[in-house]
Design a protein around this ligand. Structure first.
Ligand SMILES: *[C@@H]1O[C@H](CO)[C@@H](O)[C@H](O)[C@H]1NC(C)=O
Ligand SMILES: *[C@@H]1O[C@H](CO)[C@@H](O)[C@H](O)[C@H]1NC(C)=O
Length: 421
């Protein structure tokens, strides 16, 4: 990421007003102003975050920028680097939880802080416990509660949620593994008859493995991939499948050995089936996973991965295998259904277009000109309407980028169609 890149968001969701007079509330102006540590942010502001320094700034909203839209802008020029909506949402969530530190007590479980969990679990003992002790207690608590004849599902869910919260920290996740958490908790809870427990267990699994190679290896060694494939094959519930895809993504990303195992165990056939039966959201989720994996493979030769890893990537040969499993058709039909049922979901359409673009070498010629032409016109129009006087940012660049993407796909399509004639 280059210097001077800001993320812009409009603060619609943040925004708890001050609950008492002593709270430090950010006072907005028409100019950008830094948000100080611990300040509350009133709703309805523009917020931007410097991706380099993490510095957050806010100002009052312009009249004509009402939509909840987000763009990345290079200062003084048109935006070229683009960050997907989903990442911005994550950033938004992060600010939300920063902000939640102080008001967590009034907002319920979701905003409990790390310190609060520690204090609460420590009972009246005010000396904060070591994380490893807390993890141990939670694991024991789970075992105890799970065995009870009259299980308290809420209690069990709370334990899993606390563990999930703690496991975002890499060291805690490793501690959890060392204390046999996968065996005693994750796989047990995955097997639970209550859907809610299954779902939280999958969330716990995802956060344990995410960007944590040690945990990824442990999960692979304990047949995590097979467990996930089993769930994806047998479960009927879309929300369980959705969480299982998230967990799958956590173990597969940047872990070629796991990808290899996934392929060997028929993973591509499983996800193709899930795709065919899934709703739009699930389809977009799977398409994103596929796109991320292909991107990782395409970039692997540029990265500093070891020779071994490079060899593994080559052996996996993911692109050809995806094509064998109909992914040209999948991405094409996904775009078509999106345009017919949810055409203003720019985030989904963008993901779908990017997936088509990443597979263009294999799939050009088979994409649907009519749908792409329709989108070109649509984004062209939106791009012109979105032009803003404040040239520090502009909505139009987001739509123009989508239009360019469609144009490129049309061009590649034409070239291939000509060659085929
Ligand atoms: C179940 O556990 C929750 C959370 O600990 C508690 O609030 C609730 O009263 C318990 N329900 C029963 C029936 O014990
Ligand atoms: C999962 O459930 C099945 C059937 O209820 C049982 O046979 C199996 O041992 C369970 N697996 C785990 C890891 O608890």
């Amino acid at each position: 990421m280059k210097l001077n890149h800001f993320i812009f968001i409009i603060c619609l969701v943040l925004g708890a007003g001050a609950e008492n007079e002593n709270e430090d509330v950010f006072v907005a102006d028409t100019e950008w102003k830094e948000i100080k540590e611990g300040q509350k942010i009133p709703p309805g502001l523009h917020i931007r975050i410097n991706l380099q320094t993490g510095k957050k700034e806010a100002k009052l909203q312009n009249e004509d920028m009402k939509k909840e839209q987000a763009l990345v802008i290079t200062k003084g020029q048109k935006a070229k680097v683009h960050i997907p909506f989903s990442e911005l949402k994550q950033t938004l969530k992060n600010i939300k939880s920063d902000e939640g530190q102080e008001s967590s007590k009034t907002k319920g479980r979701q905003f409990r802080t790390y310190e609060e969990i520690k204090t609460e679990l420590g009972g009246l003992n005010l000396i904060p416990k070591l994380d490893s002790e807390i993890i141990k207690e939670l694991i024991n608590d789970f075992k105890k509660n799970e065995k009870l004849e009259n299980r308290n599902i809420t209690k069990i869910k709370n334990i899993l949620e606390d563990l999930e919260y703690l496991s975002h920290q890499i060291d805690n996740a490793i501690e959890f593994v060392n204390q046999n958490g996968f065996r005693d908790i994750v796989y047990k809870a995955l097997n639970d008859s209550t859907a809610e427990i299954k779902i939280i267990s999958l969330r716990l699994m995802s956060s344990l493995m995410q960007n944590n190679p040690k945990v990824q290896i442990h999960a692979l060694q304990t047949s995590c991939i097979n467990e996930l494939l089993k769930i994806l094959t047998l479960e009927k519930s879309i929300s369980i499948k959705y969480q299982a895809i998230t967990a799958l993504s956590s173990i597969l990303r940047r872990f070629p050995l796991a990808q290899k195992r996934f392929m060997e165990n028929g993973g591509l056939a499983v996800i193709s089936k899930v795709f065919q039966k899934g709703d739009i959201k699930l389809k977009v989720k799977l398409t994103t996973l596929v796109m991320d994996l292909v991107t990782e493979h395409q970039l692997s030769s540029l990265s500093e991965d070891s020779k071994d890893a490079l060899k593994q990537y080559e052996e996996i040969n993911i692109e050809d295998k995806l094509i064998e499993h109909d992914w040209c058709e999948n991405v094409k039909t996904l775009l078509k259904s999106l345009v017919s049922v949810d055409e203003d979901n720019h985030d989904f359409i963008e993901k779908s277009l990017r997936a088509m673009n990443i597979l263009v070498k294999h799939c050009a010629g088979s994409y649907d000109d009519k749908v792409l032409n329709y989108l070109v016109q649509k984004y062209n129009k939106l791009g012109v309407e979105g032009i803003d006087e404040d040239d520090e940012y502009s909505l139009s660049s987001y739509f123009s980028e989508l239009k360019d993407l469609c144009d490129d796909l049309l061009k590649s399509n034409k070239v291939m169609q000509k060659t085929e004639l």
